[in-house]
Ligand binder design. Structure first.
Ligand SMILES: Cc1cc2nc3c(=O)[nH]c(=O)nc-3n(C[C@H](O)[C@H](O)[C@H](O)COP(=O)(O)O)c2cc1C
Length: 410
């Protein structure tokens, strides 16, 4: 085996990851989402020192707003040994009111002028929305994100319901916020819990706001203790619905971003399920301009930024892209309606050299497919091409990469 010296191996980012988005300079596409990690100025300082391009400070409100937290607030959806595959929280907005957050914005902008410092806001009344945005713009925030999608509901007239679930309320409130700004961009953080996400995105566009943050956590019931019948997280035997975040929700977010990007011309900040540089590429390829991270940071720490940056850098190099901007929207032309999909004859092919005779494809096809995979005396399975329809189930249950492929029959 040939060994290369450490110096020869490119371990550090080799591509410039910086670009402009929404009129703001980002040193890379990776920013911290509004969450516990951005509720403490010392934590944000540390994150910036480690290389995060920006942060959305946890959602704040006007002085006097009651923020009545309950503990414990976290629970987890572990799957087959993977911890925090989905994470549930019953957190609310920040306990820090605007006076503290405007101070934090000032401090951070002074110490880190090159970083994107954004603040997230939530209110009930028009005058409160407007005062929040004005005070934060005055303090030097680069962007305002409006939380219209807290899974625990909205402050104001209709508690328990998310603002972004009403197209008319979204448009009206977004207009109030935008009217009150002088020049900083405003992004509306929406929820995928709607019948038609495109209608919500169009309402934000009509309001004059600059961007969408898509698309927050998924409302979920995290689990039930089957001996006590207490839901999770259990607070003395009781619980409420959580906002679920983390890898489990990535496909929902991808669909939401793609659906908006295919139908409405508006910049998108992606959030919901991204953990790796590859996830970021996926988010950007369906239309996100930058990507926000929360659960992965709560799980593994700010240090994941090293991996995000070096992975993205190597990816750009491999793809011969000169900037992350070249990724934005690249996958969109490939997302079509079912009617527009190609109709081809496909059959499963098993590579006998790679097969480990585990039987998983045999059982899956027998009980969930078309009974098209037979086990031979050698235990290496064989595909009956008369019965196989090419559904692809066997390929997905196979534990060996590349062992089963779907091949087009000429
Ligand atoms: C504990 C916790 C608290 C959060 N608080 C807020 C918040 O105050 N405002 C907000 O807009 N989003 C909040 N979020 C949502 C995150 O900003 C993010 O959109 C969500 O976690 C999905 O991203 P992820 O899968 O990378 O975690 C919170 C998430 C968690 C886990």
């Amino acid at each position: 085996m040939e060994f290369r010296s450490f110096k020869e191996i490119e371990v550090y980012p080799t591509r410039d990851l910086s670009y402009d988005f929404l009129g703001i300079h980002f040193e890379n596409p990776f920013i911290l989402a509004a969450a516990p990690s951005t509720d403490n100025v010392d934590m944000v300082r540390r994150a910036f020192d480690m290389g995060w391009a920006g942060a959305i400070l946890k959602t704040t409100s006007v002085e006097g707003t009651r923020v009545d937290l309950c503990y414990p607030m976290m629970s987890t959806f572990d799957h087959e040994g993977k911890k925090l595959f989905g994470m549930g929280n019953i957190d609310l907005i920040s306990e820090h009111h605007i006076d503290k957050v405007e101070y934090n914005v000032r401090m951070l902008k002074k110490e880190f002028p090159e970083k994107m410092v954004a603040a997230s806001i939530m209110a009930g009344r028009k005058e409160d929305w407007q005062s929040l945005v004005q005070r934060l713009e005055e303090a030097g925030a680069d962007l305002i994100e409006c939380s219209f999608s807290c899974p625990q509901g909205n402050i104001g007239e209709d508690p328990g319901k998310m603002l972004a679930q009403s197209v008319s309320a979204t448009e009206l409130t977004a207009r109030w916020v935008k009217e009150a700004t002088k020049k900083i961009p405003v992004s509306i953080k929406i929820t995928p819990h709607v019948t038609d996400i495109v209608e919500v995105a169009k309402a934000v566009k009509r309001s004059g706001c600059d961007a969408l943050t898509a698309s927050n956590s998924i409302q979920a019931l995290m689990g039930i203790d089957i001996r006590t019948f207490s839901p999770y997280p259990s607070l003395g035997g009781r619980s409420t619905y959580s906002g679920m975040t983390g890898p489990a929700i990535k496909p929902i977010t991808l669909r939401t971003i793609a659906e908006i990007a295919r139908n409405v011309d508006i910049p998108i900040l992606g959030t919901g399920g991204a953990s790796t540089w590859g996830d970021s590429v996926e988010f950007m390829s369906v239309g996100a301009g930058v990507v926000q991270f929360c659960t992965v940071v709560m799980h593994y720490g700010f240090r994941v930024i090293d991996d995000l940056k070096s992975g993205m850098s190597h990816y750009l190099q491999e793809m011969k892209f000169s900037s992350p901007v070249e990724i934005i929207g690249r996958a969109l032309p490939n997302i079509v309606t079912h009617d527009d999909l190609p109709r081809r004859t496909i059959r499963s092919h098993i590579d006998e050299e790679l097969c480990i005779a585990c039987d998983l494809c045999v059982v899956a096809c027998r009980d969930g497919g078309h009974m098209a995979i037979d086990q031979r005396p050698s235990r290496i399975p064989s595909v009956d091409h008369e019965r196989c329809v090419g559904c692809g189930l066997c390929q997905h249950v196979c534990p060996v990469d590349g062992c089963i492929s779907m091949q087009v029959v000429p």
